[in-house]
Design a protein around this ligand. Sequence first.
Ligand SMILES: Cc1cc2nc3c(=O)[nH]c(=O)nc-3n(C[C@H](O)[C@H](O)[C@H](O)COP(=O)(O)OP(=O)(O)OC[C@H]3O[C@@H](n4cnc5c(N)ncnc54)[C@H](O)[C@@H]3O)c2cc1C
Length: 452
Amino acid sequence: MNADILVIGAQGAGMSAASRAKRKNKNLDVLVLEKGPYVSVGTCGLPYFIGDLVREAKKMEMHDVAFFREQREIPILTRHEVIGIDPGAKRVTALSLDEQKEKVFRYDKLIIGTGSTANRPGISGEDLSRVFVLKTLEDGIRIKSLIDQEQPKNAVIIGAGVIGLEMAEAFARRGLHVTLLKRPGSILRMLDDDMTRLVEEELHRQGVDVCLDVKIQKINGIDGRAVSVTCSGQDYPADLVLLATGASPSTGLARSAGLAMGPFGDIVVDEAMTTSDPNIFAAGDCVAQIHRVSQQAVYLPRGTTANKQGRVAGENAAGGCDRFTGVVGTSVAKIFDLHMASTGLNEKAAREAGFDTAAVQIAHPSHGQTYPNPPPEPITVRMVLEKRTGRLLGGQMIGKFGVGKRIDVLATAVTHGLTVNQIGDLDLSYSPPFAPLWDPILVAANAAAKVI
Ligand SMILES: Cc1cc2nc3c(=O)[nH]c(=O)nc-3n(C[C@H](O)[C@H](O)[C@H](O)COP(=O)(O)OP(=O)(O)OC[C@H]3O[C@@H](n4cnc5c(N)ncnc54)[C@H](O)[C@@H]3O)c2cc1C
């Protein structure tokens, strides 16, 4: 089979690339190969699927195979696992998992969107049943089915990044008692310590047992099923265990094909998303990014980035000349009643990148007191700035309302190198239901201006 553009992987990066290429030139034959059964999954919503805010698995697909075939003229072969790339012959071999048959596909341009794989930390007992990772919709279905069918009582989560914390809320919502275990190092590494304390307090308030800086020794099983986790000499009962210890690029294929690899096991790409082979592009969780503030390579796998990089790869594979110029690492998460967001560098990362930094932290109401329903709640804003120039290097926010979109003001400021004085001059909106007269961002910027 031949394709002008062959795409491997049918999630954010792959489907953005395929869609963009087809839009650029509708006469191109674009074909997508996907090893799993689902395409275009809203992976970021998996905690809400498991938490039962979304009932049916089918609703987790943003668009299905029929949509892409009929509306975008992009055929997708699901359950086709690519097992080899031959860049010299511009050929890919895939195994049809249903037919158990190998098939060969020729391409003019290839786009790799193979994403990432959930890390397994190598703890004794992690192969027991009822020990899960959460990366794909299939993982989500497995976890949800167990909760639906067996009503487990105790969940142990190993790892305290965004996914671990979102899942603490999802499990609690489903009535499980949650224990969160974290090896040395802070929770939510994107935050400075003064901010993580607010998150820890919220977890305690919500009844989550948080055990930080512990030594996770083993997962204990009976009859092949996990029953508890031993940690710093103590046993925590576990009817299910979630390993939430990050993800790594899925790049075995690219490595075997001889493409240049980066320090995170990522596929090396330039701003055009071209790999070391000019006919092969890569995008999404399988590649790293340049952090616009530190100008260093980072591995920050995000759905937003995967989609943008996919667009660039698709445009260029179809003959265009688009560029992806980097990230500032913006993220946002709901952790029970708190909203947490960050952008740019935290203080530790800024120092490590060689900046002479200062930080300010303020708390200010989310909206006007003349709009008391719901009553205003404090938003804590932390700004990390370059001492000499006052340039904003990063920002963090925690609060109950109005955090999610406010962080985007700081993301814009960090991206364009605004100083805290310039941020203090921004004409931000005011009306009591939305903001106090002095928005928390302005209050923080004015406080920061005093330390330059
Ligand atoms: C629980 C969870 C919550 C998240 N929440 C957020 C969030 O709130 N905000 C955010 O920005 N990001 C979030 N992310 C991250 C985001 O989901 C990823 O960055 C994004 O899905 C990456 O898309 P991708 O297409 O690069 O890779 P993936 O989603 O990993 O998709 C890669 C695809 O390639 C396929 N594939 C791999 N190898 C082969 C092969 N050999 N042959 C054929 N097919 C292959 C895989 O089956 C897979 O379907 C979350 C992730 C998880 C797991």
